[in-house]
Design a protein around this ligand. Structure first.
Ligand code: GRG
Length: 297
C-alpha cells in the first residue's frame, strides 16, 4: 500500500469515526430517554458513566460491519449493548479493589464522584442494560445475547480481568500476557464485530469472519494500550499513565520491551488487515485499523 493513499485512508477513517461517534451519542440518548434507569441516586451515576466521552470504538465496529445491511434500530441496539458492557467494565476496573484509578475519560472516576457502593451498582446496572438492549435487537436478539454473554463473561472479559489480577507481580511471559489480552479486551471487540454482522443478517461464515476480524483488532488495540501506558500522558490519554508498571502488571512492554510491543501491535494490525480484506471492508476498514494502531488516546 502506498504511503500517501494510506494516510488518506487514515484521515477518512478519522472523519468516519467522528461521524460514527455522533451517530452513537444520538442513539444512546434516545435509548436512555425511553429506559427506566431506576432511582435518581443511581440514574445520575449511570448517565455520568455512559455519557462521559470515550472514543466509542466498539459501536463504530458494530457499524462498520453491519452498517450497510442492518435495520437502524437493530444496529443501534447492538451498539448500545457493547458500549454498556464496555463502560461497566471501565467503572469496575477503576474501583479501589481493582485498578484503583481516579481518572477516566478525562474526568474523575465514577467511584470518586458517587462512592464505591454506587459505582459497583452502576456497573451492575450497565450490564443489565446491555442485555436489555441486545434482547430488543429484533430477529438477531437471541444470537446477540449469547455472543455478548460469552464475550463478556467468565470465558471472556471477566475471566481476562481475573487472569490480569492473578498475574500481578508474576513476570508473565508473552503467551500468558496474550491470554489476558485475548480474554480481557479482544473478546469484546470480537463480539462488537460479531453483533454488527448479526445485525446485518450475515450468514454463519461471515459472522465467524467478523468475529476473527474484531479479535485481531482487539489484540492490536490492547498491545497499543500497553505501549501508551508507558509513552502517554494523562491529558491526552484521559486516564492515568504508568498504572501497569505501578501495579507490576504483566504487559507486552514488560514481556517484550517497548519496541517489541510496538512490533506486536503492528503484527496484529496486519492480521486484522487480512481479515478485513476477506470481509471486503475496503479502504475504510483498512484506514480504521491504521488509525487505531497509531492512536494516542
Ligand atoms: C466484575 C467486579 C468486576 C469487575 C470486572 C471486567 C472488568 C472488571 C474489567 C475489564 C477489563 C478492562 C477494563 C479491559 C481494558 C480494555 C481497554 C483497552 C479499555 C479502554 O478502552 P478504550 O480506549 O476506552 O476504548 P474509551 O474510554 O475510549 O471507551
Amino acid at each position: 500500500m502506498e504511503l500517501s493513499s494510506k494516510l488518506g485512508d487514515v484521515e477518512d477513517a478519522r472523519l468516519w469515526l467522528e461521524g460514527s461517534r455522533q451517530w452513537f451519542e444520538t442513539s444512546l440518548e434516545r435509548f436512555l430517554a425511553r429506559t427506566d434507569l431506576g432511582p435518581a441516586a443511581l440514574s445520575g451515576a449511570v448517565e455520568y458513566a455512559l455519557l462521559g466521552g470515550g472514543k466509542r470504538v466498539r459501536p463504530a465496529i458494530v457499524r462498520l460491519i453491519g452498517g450497510d445491511c442492518a435495520a437502524a434500530s437493530t444496529l443501534e441496539a447492538a451498539a448500545i449493548a457493547v458500549e454498556c458492557i464496555h463502560t461497566y467494565s471501565l467503572v469496575h476496573d477503576d474501583l479501589p479493589c481493582m485498578d484503583d484509578d481516579d481518572l477516566r475519560r478525562g474526568r474523575p472516576t465514577v467511584h470518586r464522584v458517587y462512592g464505591e457502593a454506587t459505582a459497583v451498582l452502576v456497573g451492575d446496572a450497565l450490564q443489565a442494560l446491555a442485555f436489555e438492549a441486545a434482547g430488543g435487537a429484533g430477529r438477531s436478539a437471541a444470537a446477540m445475547t449469547v455472543a455478548l454473554a460469552q464475550a463478556s463473561g467468565p470465558a471472556g472479559m471477566v475471566g481476562g480481568q481475573g487472569l490480569d489480577l492473578a498475574g500481578e507481580g508474576q513476570d508473565l511471559d508473552v503467551a500468558a500476557v496474550q491470554d489476558v489480552h485475548r480474554t480481557k479486551t479482544a473478546a469484546l471487540l470480537g463480539a462488537s464485530a460479531e453483533l454488527g454482522a448479526l445485525a446485518g443478517g450475515a450468514d454463519d461464515d461471515r459472522v465467524r469472519a467478523a468475529r476473527e476480524f474484531g479479535r485481531s483488532l482487539g489484540m492490536c488495540f490492547q498491545a497499543t494500550d500497553d505501549v501508551l501506558d508507558v509513552t502517554g500522558d494523562a491529558l491526552t490519554l484521559g486516564k492515568t499513565p504508568g498504572k501497569d508498571r505501578g501495579a507490576a502488571k504483566g504487559t507486552l512492554v514488560a514481556a517484550l520491551g517497548l519496541e517489541g510491543a510496538r512490533v506486536e501491535a503492528s503484527r496484529r494490525a496486519s492480521e486484522a488487515r487480512d481479515h478485513a480484506n476477506l470481509l471486503g471492508l475496503g479502504p475504510l476498514g483498512l484506514g480504521l485499523i491504521e488509525l487505531l494502531l497509531r492512536r494516542k488516546s
